[in-house]
Design a protein around this ligand. Structure first.
Ligand code: C5P
Length: 223
C-alpha cells in the first residue's frame, strides 16, 4: 500500500502554512513546508554570495545545503540551515523574494526533488507549496488548491509578520507579494497552478477553523 499524501498548494498568504500544520496535527501525519526549503536555499546562497540568477551555481548550493526541521521546547517549528537557526530570517519577505528568484531555475528544482519526496513517510504526509500536487506528488490521493483575495492575503501576511515582531509596511508588502505571485505563476517550470484533480478552496472571509474543516472534508472518513 502507498503512503497517503494530501497536497495543499496556493499563493503566498493563502493560509497554507497554518492550515497544513493544523491538518497534519489532526491527522497525526508528517508535514512538508516546501516553501521553507526554497527560502533556506535562497538564504544559503546569499550567505555564500552566490549570484541568485546563476542556475547552476544555485543548484550546486542547493545540493550541499543542509536543512533541518526541528521543534523548540514550546513545540514551535525551527528551521536550521547549515547548522544555524534561520527561523526568524526565513520569514522575512526578503527571504521570500530570494526563494522565488531561485525557485524559477529548473536545475535548482531538480536538486530539491529527492529531499521533498523523502518526507513521504508513514502514516501520511501533508505537503504545502506551489507544485506539490502537480510535480512532486502528482499521484497524491488528496489535493487542495487554497486561495484568497490578494488583499486578504497581504493583510494576513502583514499580521503574521507583525505578530512575529517584524516591522512591515502594508502597501509595500502588497506590492512585493503581488510581484512574487506573478513570478511564481508565470515561470516556465512548475508554475503555481491548481492540479487538474485539485479541490479549489477560496478562503476569503472564512475563519481558519472552517478552512481546516473543509480541507479535512476532502479526505475519506476512514482516515
Ligand atoms: O510558501 P512560501 O511563501 O514560503 O514560498 C516561498 C517561495 O518559494 C514561493 O514564492 C515560490 O517561489 C517558492 N516555492 C516554490 N515551490 C514550492 C514552494 C515554494 O517554487 N513548492
Amino acid at each position: 500500500t502507498t503512503i497517503p499524501v494530501l497536497t495543499i498548494d496556493g499563493p503566498s498568504g493563502s493560509g497554507k502554512g497554518t492550515i497544513s500544520r493544523a491538518v497534519a496535527d489532526r491527522l497525526g501525519w508528517h508535514y512538508l513546508d516546501s516553501g521553507a526549503i526554497y527560502r533556506a536555499v535562497g538564504l544559503a546562497a546569499a550567505w555564500e554570495s552566490i549570484d541568485l540568477s546563476d542556475p547552476d551555481a544555485v543548484a550546486a548550493c542547493a545540493a550541499r545545503t543542509e536543512i533541518r526541521f526541528e521543534s523548540d521546547d514550546a513545540g514551535e517549528p525551527r528551521v536550521i540551515v547549515n547548522g544555524k537557526d534561520a527561523t526568524h530570517q526565513l520569514r522575512m519577505e526578503t527571504a521570500g523574494a530570494a526563494a522565488s528568484a531561485i525557485a524559477a531555475h529548473p536545475p535548482v528544482r531538480t536538486a530539491l526533488l529527492d529531499l521533498q519526496k523523502r518526507f513521504r513517510r508513514a502514516p501520511g504526509l501533508v505537503a504545502d507549496g506551489r507544485d506539490m500536487g502537480t510535480v512532486i506528488f502528482p499521484d497524491a490521493g488528496y489535493k487542495v488548491f487554497l486561495t484568497a483575495s490578494a488583499e486578504e492575503r497581504a493583510k494576513r501576511r502583514y499580521k503574521q509578520l507583525k505578530d512575529k515582531g517584524v516591522s512591515v509596511n502594508l502597501d509595500s508588502l502588497l506590492h512585493e507579494i503581488a510581484a512574487r505571485d506573478e513570478r511564481d505563476a508565470g515561470r516556465a517550470v512548475a508554475p503555481l497552478k491548481p492540479a487538474l484533480d485539485a479541490v479549489l478552496l477560496d478562503s476569503t472571509g472564512m475563519p481558519i477553523t472552517e478552512v481546516i474543516e473543509r480541507v479535512l472534508a476532502v479526505l475519506p472518513d476512514s482516515l
